[in-house]
Design a protein around this ligand. Structure first.
Ligand code: FAD
Length: 150
């Protein structure tokens, strides 16, 4: 398998609600499990940041399907590259809503990587995105927030 990683950001549609996030998670978990894709999806300040990793063709097909989804717009490809190992191999897809985590800790991490109080992944470098997602995953695992876990 040619192991590959895609990272992108996008803007959520203005009135996105919790049920729509759950629908996204449900389809993601099911499809990604079948396709051997793992990764992480962060949602905050009306923006998404997602990392997808797995077989190059499967990741590419999945990204193009996601990019057409009307629940978000303006997808920006931040990174597409071959990788030697996965970062999030235990998660077919885990969605983390920033407002579900400790506000002060989230604010500090957002400020560190976004350079502003608002979560703006489209202004982050690929390396910053990876570091941000790893810190969020750690924070999520330490919290009791399982609202979007299916
Ligand atoms: P379906 O059975 O077609 O749909 C499942 C449910 O989702 C439906 O009940 C419907 O209510 C809803 N839905 C589906 N498509 C849309 C749409 N375009 N607009 C509004 N509602 C819709 N999919 C993945 O497979 N893997 C991912 O990692 C992934 N990440 C995503 C990240 C974001 C930010 C967004 C917005 C979507 C993501 N999706 C992901 C969903 C993807 O865009 C497709 O909707 C999904 O893959 C279709 O899968 P399906 O045919 O099995 O689902």
């Amino acid at each position: 398998m040619n192991l590959y990683r895609v990272i992108y950001s996008s803007y959520a549609k203005p009135d996105l609600d919790i049920q729509e996030l759950k629908d996204i998670m449900e389809a993601s978990t099911k499809n990604n499990k079948e396709d051997g894709i793992t990764g992480l999806l962060c949602y905050g300040d009306s923006m998404f940041l997602q990392l997808l990793e797995g077989d190059q063709e499967k990741v590419s097909t999945t990204y193009h399907r996601i990019a057409r989804d009307e629940r978000h717009h303006g997808p920006l490809l931040i990174e597409c590259q071959s990788i030697s190992k996965r970062l999030f191999e235990v998660w077919s897809m885990q969605a983390i809503q920033l407002t579900d985590l400790n506000r002060e800790q989230v604010n500090n991490i957002v400020l560190k990587y976004s350079g502003s109080a608002l979560f703006r992944p489209n202004s982050m470098t690929p390396l910053q995105c990876v570091s941000f997602l790893k810190e969020m995953a750690t924070l999520f695992q330490l919290s009791d927030s399982v609202i979007l876990e299916l």
